[in-house]
Design a protein around this ligand. Structure first.
Ligand code: HSE
Length: 429
């Protein structure tokens, strides 16, 4: 074993960073044996230098992250500060000063992954980011390496723990969205500003990363269709139950049936209770991958939290250190397929539509005609009437999102349709 240590700079020492530092210390001998050289924490960049950090030598702590990544003797920079800046500049500087990078930064990778990969390649460095998607769950490496000989057709998953906690609470207790969010906040699952999670931004960033790797195609954050889950109601859950379904916020990346394009989207959807994703409870994540040769694979586990995310960071750190010792770099960006990313209108799926209508002769026929005129075939209709008003639940066969939108617009223009109470996609069948 080489005795000269590989030097690691840690950018950020919050929930994840402190766990990375702890595991590097407590598992130092095992890590050295697995890598073939010791790894040494050479510096820790933080915002609040006076905070007491158990197990971290105070002489390693600095507020000057730029100076740390510019030192020139750092082998690997571990970036766990998140956000776009200063993370992007620090990673760029690290590459230019001889270091490879391990990052947990989904927002940055989704937005600037291509440019960062290009710079890493130009400089002969590694850029690894297993922790950016679904915490501890191995997904990036299985997609990039284990399935490199297969053809992935679909990635379907729950990649945000906060929203899964909220939806699970609504499902199991009948609570409304706000009540379930309040509980998630009180328990520390939801942040004080939950926008990134509940509006689907976090999941969309992860979907962009997964789709890019799965389909060897550049998928930008803007390419991902996104709907949050703040409008899901207790009534939607009641409707879902009647259909033998539950509701999950899903990230769905698909290759079109003809193989010529891909789509990526994040939105709430009904899935049958028999689908394995339906039983993913609390803040857990799970991702289904469907490939030509492998068939269906499911990855399940904790998608957030200090130690689980640190597990993924450490796995990358070991891989990058091994590459460094062997004088190689690991697999880089792969976007050779260059498949176009189709807009949401071209996505084909089933829909559950809940309408408030007048309860009088001919209304059902009128509604059915609108569906027919837009080429959307109805699978089931359920009606419940009371005092001249009725609620009508229509479940369609597979149709394009564009056809469904046209249908709903036309329904809204019918005098007999008082309102469209909810529209939800039905997935996983
Ligand atoms: N906020 C995310 C979640 C974890 O709730 O799953 C970090 O991506």
């Amino acid at each position: 074993m080489r005795t000269r240590p590989l030097k690691v700079a840690l950018l950020g020492c919050g929930v994840v960073g402190s766990e990375v530092a702890r595991i590097m210390t407590t598992h130092a001998d095992d890590l050295a044996a697995r890598i073939g050289a010791p790894v040494e924490l050479a510096g820790v960049a933080v915002r609040r230098p006076t905070k007491v950090r158990e197990g971290i030598d105070p002489s390693l702590v600095t507020t000057d992250a730029t100076a740390l990544v510019k030192r020139g003797d750092i082998d690997v920079v571990v970036e766990v500060i998140g956000g776009i800046e200063p993370a992007r500049s620090l990673i760029t500087t690290a590459f230019e000063h001889g270091a490879s990078v391990v990052s947990a930064n989904k927002a940055l990778l989704a937005q600037d992954g291509a440019a960062l990969h290009a710079l890493a390649e130009e400089q002969g460095r590694d850029l690894y980011y297993e922790a950016a998607v679904a915490g501890a769950i191995p997904l990036i490496r299985p997609l990039r390496e284990s399935l490199a000989g297969d053809k992935v057709n679909r990635v379907l998953g729950i990649v945000n723990g906060t929203t899964n906690f909220i939806l699970d609470k609504m499902d199991s207790t009948g609570a409304g969205y706000q009540e379930a969010l309040d509980e998630a906040t009180a328990l520390g699952y939801a942040e004080a500003d939950p926008t990134a999670d509940v509006e689907g931004f976090d999941a969309a960033a992860k979907a962009a990363i997964l789709a890019g790797i799965a389909f060897h195609t550049r998928v930008r954050l803007d390419d991902v269709y996104r709907e949050g889950m703040t409008e899901v109601t207790a009534a939607d859950f009641a409707s879902a139950k009647e259909m033998g379904c539950t509701i999950k916020l899903l990230a769905i990346c698909e290759r079109a049936a003809d193989g010529g394009s891909v789509t990526a989207r994040v939105h709430p959807a009904m899935i049958p209770l028999s689908h394995p994703l339906a039983s993913v409870r609390g803040a857990y994540n799970a991702v289904f991958v469907e490939s030509d040769a492998s068939g269906q694979l499911m990855f399940y586990g904790p998608g957030a939290g200090g130690a689980p995310t640190a597990s993924a960071v450490l796995g990358d750190l070991v891989a990058v250190c091994r590459n460094k010792l062997s004088g190689a770099t690991g697999p880089g960006d792969s976007a050779y397929a260059q498949l176009p990313v189709s807009p949401m209108g071209e996505v084909v799926t089933r829909y559950h539509i809940s309408l408030d209508v007048a309860d009088k002769p001919g209304v059902l026929a009128q509604v059915a005609t609108v569906f027919a005129e837009h080429g959307v075939s109805i699978d089931t209709v359920r009606q419940q009437g009371k005092d001249g008003e009725a609620s009508l639940v229509v479940v369609t066969h597979r149709a394009s999102d564009a056809s469904l939108n046209g249908t709903v617009e036309a329904l809204r223009n019918l005098d007999t349709v008082r309102g469209v109470a909810s529209i939800m996609r039905v997935e996983g069948e």
